[in-house]
Design a protein around this ligand. Structure first.
Ligand code: NAP
Length: 249
C-alpha cells in the first residue's frame, strides 16, 4: 500500500543527499507522490531531482517572498495542482547571545521562520484546491528546550515561532480543509550535526536519549509521511516530537 497516491508535493531543503528534505522526498516518491524539490542552488537541485526521480528541481531562497511565490506557481503548473508542502529548508548557528549580530539574527529568522511563512502563504491558493491538503513545517526540539546544542537562542526563537505560526494557520485554514502541522526532531544525523559534537559530548548526549541513538533522516521522513498522509486526517495544529525520548514534556 502506498500512502500518498496521486499526491502532488513540494519538498524544500531537499538538496543534500544526507539531509531530512532528501529523505522526505525519497519516501514520498516511494509512496506514490509526485514531488518537486526546492533548494538554494538551481543547478544542483535540478541534478538531484533527476537522480531521485522527482518531477523537477527549482532553485529558490525560501527567505525571498517573491521568489517563493514564483517557485510555488511554477511547481503547481508542473504538477497540475498541489496537495502537500514540506518545508525542511533551514539553517543553524551556535553563538552566545551577546555574539549574535543583527545580520545573524535576521538571517536566522528570515530563513527558518520567514521561509515557513513564505511557503505557507504562497501555497494557500493551490492547497485550497488540493486533495487531503497538508503543510508540514520542520521545527525542532530546540523550540521547546531553548536550543543549547548546536543551535542557540536565535535558532530556538526561529523554530518556536514556527510552532505559533502552525497553530494560527491550522485554526485559520481548517475550514479550507488544509491541515497544518509541525515536526520537532531531536538530534538527526545529517551534515547539520555530523562530527560537530566530539566524542565526549556525543556519548553524553546518547546516554540521555532513551532510544539510545540519534535519529536518521529516514526516521524524520516517516513521521513526515504520517503527517502528510490520510493517516493523520484529523490532526491539525500539532507538534509531533520525533526525538527518541530525549525531551519529554
Ligand atoms: P541540511 O542537511 O543542512 O539541509 C538543509 C537544507 O536547506 C540544505 O539543502 C540547504 O541548502 C537548504 N537551505 C538552507 N537555507 C536555505 C534557503 N534560504 N532557501 C532554500 N534552501 C535552503 O539540514 P537538515 O539536518 O536536513 O535539516 C533540515 C531541517 O530540519 C532544518 O530546518 C533544520 O533546522 C531541522 N532540524 C534538523 C535537526 C538535525 O539535528 N539535523 C534537528 C531538528 C531540526 P544548502 O545545502 O545549499 O545550504
Amino acid at each position: 500500500m502506498t500512502l500518498l497516491p496521486q499526491t502532488r508535493a513540494i519538498v524544500t531543503g531537499a538538496g543534500r543527499k544526507d539531509g531530512i528534505g532528501w529523505a522526505v522526498a525519497q519516501l514520498f516518491i516511494q509512496n506514490g507522490a509526485q514531488v518537486i524539490l526546492l533548494d538554494l542552488d538551481q543547478d544542483s537541485v535540478h541534478r538531484e531531482a533527476i537522480e531521485i526521480g522527482a518531477l523537477a528541481g527549482i532553485g529558490c531562497d525560501v527567505s525571498d517572498q517573491a521568489a517563493v511565490r514564483d517557485a510555488v506557481d511554477e511547481a503547481e503548473a508542473l504538477l497540475g495542482g498541489l496537495d502537500c508542502v514540506v518545508n525542511s529548508a533551514g539553517i543553524v548557528n551556535a553563538a552566545r547571545l551577546h555574539q549574535i549580530t543583527d545580520t545573524d539574527w535576521h538571517r536566522m529568522i528570515d530563513v527558518n521562520l520567514g521561509g515557513t511563512f513564505n511557503l505557507l502563504q504562497a501555497a494557500i491558493p493551490a492547497l485550497t484546491k488540493g486533495i487531503n491538503a497538508s503543510f508540514v513545517a520542520i521545527s525542532s526540539m530546540a523550540a521547546m528546550r531553548g536550543g543549547g546544542l548546536l543551535g542557540s537562542s536565535h535558532y530556538a526563537a526561529s523554530k518556536a515561532g514556527i510552532l505559533g505560526l502552525v497553530k494560527g494557520a491550522a485554526r485559520e485554514l481548517g475550514p479550507a480543509k488544509i491541515r497544518v502541522n509541525a515536526l520537532a526532531p531531536g538530534i538527526v544525523d545529517t551534515s547539520m550535526t555530523r562530527g560537530k559534537f566530539g566524542p565526549d559530548w556525543e556519548k553524553m548526549l546518547l546516554d540521555q536519549i532513551p532510544l539510545g541513538r540519534f535519529a536518521s533522516p529516514e526516521d524524520i521522513a516517516k513521521a513526515c509521511l504520517f503527517l502528510a498522509s490520510d493517516l493523520s486526517c484529523y490532526m491539525t495544529g500539532v507538534t509531533l516530537d520525533v526525538n527518541g525520548g530525549y525531551f519529554l514534556h
